[in-house]
Each structure stands twice: as structure tokens, then as C-alpha cells.
Write a protein that binds this ligand. Structure first.
Ligand SMILES: [Zn+2]
Ligand SMILES: [Zn+2]
Ligand SMILES: [Zn+2]
Length: 142
């Protein structure tokens, strides 16, 4: 049902007689699937069923894929999560920003902790303490 056939050199939908739309995997009007075409993404704007390899809707040119902000994998827009890392697309950018922020803070704390540790080590060592004193003098002299 709904297959495309060639009749008098014209290819038309068996079901509704509509001409085939390039880039689509199913008839735009009656939704009959085209034969030998893998159906990809259903366009969220115009509902056209696009071919699997399409990145833009063959009917309305809407982008029907999106790249994951976490792993850069491109997934069809009708999927709620990334096909590679399973991160939900909803609020992904905010979550990435929070993640980057937390990582920065963690690194900063680690650095601050190390710096503090080094200062304590120097301060508890007599030579180090003298050096530290000189350093502080140098800073306050300026
Ligand atoms: Zn049709
Ligand atoms: Zn569309
Ligand atoms: Zn991902």
C-alpha cells in the first residue's frame, strides 16, 4: 500500500497520487512509506518523514539533527537523549555550564589546597620559614 510506481515515466504515490518529495521517506500527504527508503526523523515542525541521512527537513528545511554538547555526537531531533552518551537534550547546555563551573571550582580548590600545603611545609621548616619571611618582606617592601 502506498508504494511509489513509475507510470508513463511519472513517479506518483499509489495511495494519493502525489509526486515524491526529495529528501523524504514517506509521502507528504498520506504518510505512505516510500519503498526501499529507510525512514529517519519525523520533522517536529511540518511532520514530514525524512530520509535517514537528512540533516535538514526535506520539506521545510528545519534542522532535524542536533549535536550533543557533551560528546558532540549528532542525533536525530526527535530523540530526547544523545545516542552516544545518553545525556538528555533538555537543559543540556545549562548542565554543561554547571559541570564546567564545578570542574573549575574543583581545580581551583585543588590548586589552593596544594598552595596552602606548600606554604605550611615551608613555614614548618626553619630555612623555609626564613625564606618565607624574606618573601613577605619583599612583598611588603614593594
Ligand atoms: Zn500519498
Ligand atoms: Zn519540516
Ligand atoms: Zn552525547
Amino acid at each position: 500500500m502506498g508504494f511509489y510506481t513509475s507510470r508513463d515515466g511519472l513517479v506518483r504515490c499509489d495511495h494519493c497520487g502525489a509526486p515524491p518529495a526529495p529528501g523524504l521517506a514517506a509521502c507528504l500527504y498520506c504518510k505512505a512509506a516510500y519503498p526501499n527508503v529507510a525512514a529517519g526523523v519525523c520533522c517536529p515542525r511540518c511532520n514530514a518523514v525524512n530520509k535517514k541521512a537528512q540533516t535538514l527537513c526535506g520539506q521545510c528545511n528545519l534542522e532535524i539533527t542536533r549535536a550533543c554538547v557533551f560528546c558532540q555526537q549528532v542525533s536525530p531531533i526527535d530523540l530526547p537523549v544523545c545516542t552516544r552518551c545518553r545525556e538528555p537534550f533538555d537543559g543540556a547546555e545549562a548542565r554543561l555550564a554547571a559541570k564546567v563551573d564545578a570542574e573549575k571550582r574543583r581545580q581551583y580548590m585543588q590548586l589552593a589546597g596544594k598552595g596552602l600545603g606548600a606554604a605550611v611545609t615551608i613555614a614548618t621548616n626553619p630555612t623555609g620559614a626564613a625564606l618565607l619571611g624574606k618573601l613577605f618582606d619583599a612583598i611588603t617592601d614593594d
